[in-house]
Design a protein around this ligand. Structure first.
Ligand code: NAP
Length: 371
């Protein structure tokens, strides 16, 4: 099978680099087009990324830089370049990993879609646009149906926009969904997140703020953590409109902690009338599988939720890379004296929570015939 040529907008940034790394040996997709700010445009990718490659695996990334390194970086604001690339078979769709003003990203992503280039976005700009699906491939793959409605409404033929949710919610949304799937209503939830510094891009949070410290504030993160799961759990009604779920009611406390990668969430939750035992919860999570596993998507983890039984796990450094860094690792599953159940969840923020989640969404869209 010949690979689908893809572009990365924001290719030089933290998430863009992760896309390049994850797509290096991808069986379906091949990076043939890269774009960033006018500061990087006109340079080869190797030149633009020189001294800015932030991934841990620097030495093993060198060949990746070499293979993508010769591609000329274009200005992401200049859509004519992407259209030219599409014409010459170098860009069928783009991953958007741009960091700009929200309104600018919104308009730019819409321009790509209107020009016939599908956009799989990591940015938050379109997360609350009602006809834009916010996908976690294991949870709401059926929301991809909104693409047909989006195209019709906006008069787009080939283009569309899908987004992936914020990295902070990944550590609990799939575990909640697995329980809901088994008929356990979740009424209320308290989530305290411990979020890694890589979530803020590079250079991100000042080292003065991070060494020997915890910052109990991440702008906008609590609102995202409380509201995004409700869109993901929403249902599409007969008119094709996505109606957000009313529950669970979520209270989030988001903290930046001195961890390089891996967001942890300490969660307490309250069930409806039907309450599972601790053993039942562990069984549901261990056995949970969804479309990405059944259809064997290349980036899908074998086990989307991994249960750790040790008293002191999950831990970011020891557990974040389990199952291609794409699994949610849960542990400390125990009764809660205030609500019903307590657990700690962990997910890799720049992989499952960013580029890996984007690649998995693209695999879902290819599987469903949208790209
Ligand atoms: P980043 O490291 O700051 O990279 C930003 C990218 O955007 C760079 O390629 C940069 O190009 C480009 N850019 C900046 N200004 C531009 C402009 N005016 N025109 C065109 N391109 C421009 O940011 P990041 O951490 O990778 O985050 C990228 C996106 O993913 C953000 O929307 C972020 O909210 C989202 N996200 C991040 C994470 C995470 O864990 N880091 C998780 C989920 C979602 P130059 O290099 O040329 O400046």
């Amino acid at each position: 099978m010949s690979k689908i040529p893809v572009g990365i907008l924001g290719a030089t940034g933290m998430v863009g680099q992760m896309y390049i790394s994850l797509l290096a040996d991808h069986p379906w997709f091949e990076v043939r087009y890269v774009a960033a700010s006018p500061r990087s445009a006109g340079k080869s990718y190797a030149q633009a990324a020189a001294g800015r490659w932030h991934l841990d695996n620097f030495s093993s990334s060198a060949p990746i830089l070499h293979s993508v390194g010769e591609i000329m970086v274009e200005d992401a604001n200049d859509i004519s370049k992407a259209l030219e690339a599409r014409k010459t078979g170098r860009c069928d769709f783009v991953f958007s990993a741009l960091e700009m003003e929200k309104e600018q990203i919104k308009m730019l992503e819409e321009s790509y879609a209107a020009a016939g280039i599908p956009v799989v976005s990591n940015a938050s700009a379109h997360r609350w646009t009602t006809d834009v699906p916010m996908l976690i491939a294991e949870v709401n793959p059926h929301h991809a149906e909104l693409i047909t409605i989006q195209r019709k409404k906006r008069g787009w033929d080939k283009g569309f926009i899908v987004v992936k949710p914020n990295c902070s919610i990944q550590s609990y949304t799939t575990p909640l969904w697995a329980l809901m799937q088994k008929g356990y209503e979740i009424k209320r939830l308290l989530a305290v997140t411990l979020q890694a510094v890589s979530g803020a891009g590079y250079p991100g949070v000042s080292s003065w703020d991070m060494i020997d410290n915890i910052v109990p504030y991440i702008g906008g993160e609590e609102e995202k953590s409380e509201q995004e799961p409700l869109k993901i759990f929403g249902v599409i009604n007969q008119e094709g409109i996505l109606i957000n779920a009313a529950e669970p009611q979520i209270s989030a406390h988001c903290n930046r902690v001195p961890v390089s990668s891996g967001h942890t969430a300490c969660v307490s939750l309250e069930f409806g009338a039907k309450k599972p035992s601790i053993e039942e919860v562990k069984k549901i999570w261990t056995e949970f599988r969804a479309l990405p596993q059944e259809a064997h998507f290349p980036t899908a983890p074998e086990c989307p939720i991994i249960v750790r039984e040790e008293a002191d796990r999950p831990q970011p450094r020891k557990d974040r890379d389990m199952d291609k860094s794409m699994a949610v690792i849960v542990g400390r599953i125990r009764p809660c004296p205030v609500f019903d159940l307590r657990f700690a969840g962990l997910s890799h923020n720049t992989i499952r929570g960013a580029a890996g989640g984007g690649v998995l969404s693209a695999e879902l869209l290819k599987h469903k015939g949208y790209i």
